[in-house]
Design a protein around this ligand. Structure first.
Ligand code: ATP
Ligand code: MG
Length: 588
């Protein structure tokens, strides 16, 4: 039967996760205790009502005892009132505990996921992270508030009803119980069908959500390449499957409900027919017959819900798994214990080799070595996919697991404190990221150590100050949808200013000026010369005009350094760099 299967799935389930969930629930154990204590009380008030009706008929109405009838009526009224009050309190308490618990879990999960390494995000779609933090947690709450607890309450009520009925009339109870085996078969049949339909609904909904997200993220590409019809066709197919699975779940549900209702009516008819004979023979009273009809009705009500509750619980157990297994992911970049104090800005790579996890066969960096003194400007050039960005990622501790040694001053990067390292290295990524917040926030990222003077100064250095001042509200201008209201170049310059505003001794620029026109780039270059003289900088640039002033230029190919020197020496070598340079400036 359904309940034993629920037990089975809980047993099969990773019990650790239930324990983890309990750690959160038990913070509210007092309220939980009160709410649980209300369950038997509720069952009692519920079961007492038909019994009082029986008493009223047999002991008061049939013998004309009016004072007793008044007392029973009052008792009945009290039962209804307490039933109502304790039910309301119980629902409120379970919802309150459930909501508090999911609030705590959600906050912890957000913090946990936020600290996971780039490796985790490489292999996890963003939609998965979102659903862990929203729908999965919500379904956990549903299971708690309306799944497990009400199932317990239903079970208790069913047992209670059978016990009371047995006390009233064992024979009539036996007839009622006889209906149970066919009922189990019916409920079980529909439960299996319903579960399959629910599963189908969930998978289709997941697919549909993913599809909608992807289509609208790339809506302008679809429009430009006139692929709307194709997109609509695929959407219609998903929509059709969704409709079909929803319809089949609704029809199974309806059939189950009406079948149970019919069984309920048949049973009542049988009980009245058989009970009438018993009444004639004086084995049962009229009150017992009336109470039986009521009890049978109350017996069937929870049975109708059991399959739905079972589905909720199954879903919740799956969510429990997903949520707490995410907590199990400990994919952090290891932080060392060594504090980085008074870092000057000397950086060395010594025979560094690296492959991304999961792609161990593909060596991305192979024996890379270079040495930078404070204030040096290193330029990385090379074809796409040659490993330039990877060098910057290793230095900023986004990934670990390399061989060889990277040192900052005299400290081994692997032994250094993560936060200290990140504080000392400012990065402008290849993809710009802006947040839906003010321009000021986007430059400082809420770091109160950056004064507004420093912020403005940084914006001036990258020649974006005037543009910002032209916006309504200037630095307080709110970017509504991340980057959408700015041009690619403006967005890039803001993230450039972000890196300059922090007073880190090392700055890494990955194609930082790729989206900026050549005139602006030259202006920025001039402004930066002074500033970068104070800092150690590594720049990646496809446009070679920006790298000519570099102290060292490393040319990469397939993860290997194939040339090393400054502009003059490399041009003289007439190798890869010189070739690249001549190609770019051939037309000039
Ligand atoms: N997160 C990742 N997981 C697995 N492989 C990766 C990952 N990021 C990059 N790679 C691979 O590592 C190699 C080097 O990538 P990298 O981004 O360092 O190149 P790049 O020189 O910066 O190229 P581009 O000029 O196009 O920015 C590429 O072949 C790429 O496929
Ligand atoms: Mg790159």
């Amino acid at each position: 039967m359904a309940l034993s299967e629920i037990g089975g799935s809980i047993m099969k389930h990773d019990k650790r996760y239930l324990l983890n969930y309990w750690q959160y629930l038990k913070r509210h154990r007092f309220l939980l205790g009160v709410a649980l204590a209300l369950i038997p009380l509720l069952s009692f008030f519920n079961l007492a009502q038909p019994y009082l009706v029986k008493k009223a008929i047999d002991d008061a109405i049939l013998v004309g005892d009016l004072p007793l009838l008044q007392i029973i009526t009052m008792l009945f009224g009290c039962c209804v009132l307490f039933d109502f009050l304790s039910r309301t309190l119980q629902v409120f308490l379970f919802q309150y505990i459930g909501q508090k618990t999911v609030q705590d879990i959600r906050a912890d999960l957000f913090q946990h996921v936020l600290n996971l390494s780039a490796r985790y995000y490489d292999r996890t779609p963003l939609g998965v992270v979102t659903s862990r933090l929203t729908s999965d947690i919500e379904s956990l709450n549903e299971s708690f508030a309306s799944g497990l607890v009400t199932l317990l309450a239903d079970l208790l009520t069913l047992i209670g009803i059978i016990v009371v009925m047995f006390l009233l009339s064992p024979k009539l109870t036996l007839i009622t119980i006889l209906i149970l085996p066919p009922m189990v078969v019916v409920v079980n049949f529909f439960r299996i069908k319903l579960r399959a339909a629910f599963e189908m609904i969930r998978t289709t909904l997941g697919k549909m959500n993913g599809y909608i997200q992807e289509q609208f993220q790339g809506v302008s590409v679809l429009q430009l390449f006139q692929q709307e019809q194709h997109s609509i066709k695929r959407f219609k197919r998903l929509n059709q499957t969704y409709k079909q699975s929803t319809l089949s779940s609704v029809s199974y549900d309806a059939m189950l409900y009406s079948l149970i209702d019919s069984l309920n009516s048949i049973l009542i008819a049988v009980v009245i027919w058989y009970g009438w004979g018993q009444y004639q023979a004086d084995f049962v009273t009229l009150g017992v017959l009336v109470a039986f009809v009521d009890y049978i009705h109350r017996f069937f009500t929870p049975l109708k819900e059991i399959s739905t509750k079972f589905a909720i619980l199954q879903h919740a157990l799956a969510s429990l798994d997903k949520i707490f297994s995410t907590f199990d992911i400990q994919d952090y970049v290891r932080s060392g214990k060594q504090r980085l104090v008074s870092f000057e800005g000397n950086v060395t790579f010594d025979n560094v080799s690296f492959a991304y996890k999961g792609f161990e066969d593909k060596v991305v960096l192979s024996d890379v070595s270079f040495s930078l003194k404070k204030g040096d400007l290193l330029a990385l050039v090379g074809p796409t996919g040659s490993g330039k960005t990877t060098v910057l990622r290793l230095l900023s501790k986004l990934y670990d697991g390399y061989t060889g040694t990277i040192t900052l001053d005299s400290y081994d990067l692997a032994t250094l404190d993560l936060a200290d390292t990140r504080r000392s290295i400012a990065v402008v990524n290849q993809e710009t990221t802006l947040f839906s917040n003010s321009i000021a926030f986007n430059i400082t990222l809420g770091n109160s150590a950056i004064s507004s003077d420093a912020m403005v100064e940084a914006a001036k250095q990258v020649a974006i100050h005037e543009f910002i001042m032209s916006l309504p509200g200037g630095y307080d201008y709110c970017l509504e949808k991340g980057n959408q209201s700015l041009s690619a170049g403006q967005a890039q310059l803001i993230s450039f200013a972000r890196a300059l505003a922090s007073d880190s001794p090392v700055i890494l620029l990955d194609e930082a000026t790729a989206s900026v026109d050549s005139v602006a780039e030259e202006a920025i270059q001039k402004g930066l010369d002074v500033l970068l003289a104070q800092k150690t900088a590594i720049v990646v640039a496809h446009r070679l005009s920006t790298v000519q002033h570099a102290d060292i230029i490393l040319a990469f190919n397939e993860g290997k350094v194939i040339e090393c020197g400054n502009h003059k020496t490399l041009i003289k070598q007439a190798g890869f760099y010189a070739n690249l340079f001549n190609m770019q400036f051939a037309g000039i």
